[in-house]
Write a protein that binds this ligand. Structure first.
Ligand code: C2O
Ligand code: CU
Ligand code: CU
Length: 509
């Protein structure tokens, strides 16, 4: 870390400095990385909706899928080609449709030049299929001794590394309720550059309760994966890796606090537009950005009606004029375009952005439409966890210490475990921070109990797995350790912080 960055990071008053050329208002902790080509005009390219993954085989209990991670050249900035790394060579990858109670096995084949680990974010997954950062699928002929010894002050134990030769079966039992999940790369030290290159996609789980609701469905139920990127003059992705072959980890000092791109992509397209009818739509908002937070608003006085969060349906719908979404978080919302005059349009904007990053995408209302959808007054029974149910209280402090991103004062140690909650219990976990840190737990879903000494914020409702912890804030959550025993993790979902050791293990016992 160079002195300027260190000085900038040294005090809370300097958060604006950290945001650097992105301006104090860009949201999150990070530094703007400017593209080296002229940025395309907004709202000129149509939104792409990723294809739905198809099973290759099924038996009584299980649907089997196969997906290949590979490089491909695609047109993102009109008139140029970008090399992406995608699941099945597309960015975002195919959308998986899971069904509660129906097991899935996904064979991930790796044809990239680097190891990968696939994590189902929000998944209740056996530990061996959780996409642990050192549980890797190695490419053909990969020299496992090339696996380096960590950075950001991490402690590494080679015994914790596992290399699967070219493919691995990930088992997803789907012992969970309907929810908007997403999957992405989780390779030790390299999640940030590998997700930046495209290794992410949506994963929707349905169940009987959710499919009985009259919410908009089919082509009116659309995942919107929002991510910022920067581009080189020739259209390739720009990212400040120390080593573009992704053998030696790390980014240049200036971007240690996180990388903000200056092009906003939705489903891999820059500032796209989507033609809609004047009816209700359901959008699965996913923040797939490395570091950028967004405060999303709709033009024309429209509001979002939130029906779900990270962990599925809310008890009742909640209306929001704006939604702040941190990296890793999801909001499941309904937008009603029925009051919009056909021929006019509605911009989805980001009020945390400046200049071009204030725009996200545009909805063009083409015509009136038939709509038999409804937003029911009651969505789901969600048992409310109480403080009294917690059998233990633990504190996790997310902080920059001595130039390292730490949890409870320590950079990640592949072998250490910071907690051993018992399967089936509820614990109170208290997160404290210096900067913006989106705190994410694997396996366990939680409910926000308090934020800054008050009750949960308007966007904290329902079950969650990622919570936006703001500078010098204390957030208490009640986590339920359901599903499986084994080793899982807790980390900051600012992917540059994650890569630079802001992770910890816990063991469900
Ligand atoms: Cu989406 Cu461990 O992360
Ligand atoms: Cu996760
Ligand atoms: Cu962080």
């Amino acid at each position: 870390m160079n002195r300027r960055t260190l000085l900038a990071l040294a005090g809370g008053a300097s958060v604006a400095v950290v945001a650097g050329c992105g301006g104090p208002n860009e949201g999150g902790t990070g530094t703007m990385l400017e593209s080296r080509l002229p940025l395309p005009d907004a709202f000129k390219v149509p939104l792409l909706i990723p294809p739905v993954a198809k099973s290759v085989r099924r038996d009584d209990t299980t649907d089997y899928y196969e997906i290949t991670q590979r490089a491909a050249k695609v047109e993102i900035i009109p008139g140029t080609k970008t090399t992406i790394w995608g699941y099945d060579g597309i960015f975002p990858g195919p959308t998986f449709m899971g069904k509660a109670g129906r097991r899935m096995v996904v064979k991930v084949k790796n044809e990239l030049p680097v190891p990968t680990s696939t994590h189902l974010h929000g998944g209740v997954t056996p530990a061996g299929s959780d996409g642990f950062p050192t549980d890797l699928v190695a490419p053909k002929g990969y020299n496992v001794h090339a696996a380096h010894t960590g950075h950001g002050g991490m402690a590494m134990n080679m015994a914790d590394w596992k290399f699967h030769d070219q493919a691995k079966d990930y088992e997803y039992p789907m012992v969970q309720r309907a929810a908007t999940l997403w999957y992405h790369d989780h390779r030790m030290d390299f999640s940030a550059p590998q997700v930046w290159r495209g290794l992410a996609g949506a994963f929707l789980v349905t169940d009987a309760e959710e499919s009985a609701l009259p919410l908009p469905r089919k082509e009116r139920d659309i995942p919107l994966i929002i991510g910022d990127r920067s581009f080189e003059a020739d259209g390739e992705f720009r990212y400040p890796s120390l080593d573009s072959t992704l053998t030696k980890p790390g980014v240049t000092d200036e971007w240690m606090s996180g990388v903000f791109g200056d092009v906003i992509l939705v489903n891999g397209r820059p500032w796209p537009f989507l033609e809609v009818e004047a009816v209700r739509y359901r959008f699965r908002l996913v923040n797939g950005s490395n570091a950028r937070r967004y405060t999303l608003t709709l033009g024309g006085g429209l509001k979002f009606t939130q029906v779900g969060g990270d962990g599925g349906l809310l008890p009742v719908p909640v209306e929001h004029g704006e939604i702040t979404i941190a990296p890793g978080e999801r909001y499941d919302v309904v937008v009603d375009f029925s009051a919009v005059k056909p021929g006019s349009s509605v911009v989805l904007a980001n009020t945390l952005g400046e200049g071009r990053t204030r725009d996200v995408m545009k909805f063009v209302v083409t015509r009136a439409g038939q709509d038999d959808s409804r937003i029911p007054a009651v969505l789901s029974q969600v048992p409310k966890l109480t403080r009294e149910q917690a059998v233990a209280t633990r504190q996790f402090d997310f902080r920059l210490l001595g130039g390292k991103w730490t949890i409870n004062g320590k950079p990640y140690d592949t072998s250490a475990s910071l907690a051993s909650p018992k399967l089936g219990t509820v614990e109170l976990w208290r997160f404290t921070s210096d900067f913006h840190h989106p705190v994410h737990m694997h396996l366990a879903h939680f409910q926000v109990l308090s934020r800054g000494g008050r009750g949960p914020g308007p966007l904290d409702g329902g079950w969650k797995d990622t919570v936006d912890v703001r500078p010098y804030e204390v957030v208490e959550v009640l986590a339920k350790f359901d599903g499986f025993q084994g080793r899982y993790m807790l980390h900051c979902h600012n992917l540059e912080h994650e890569d630079m050791a802001m992770m910890a293990n816990f063991d469900v016992v």
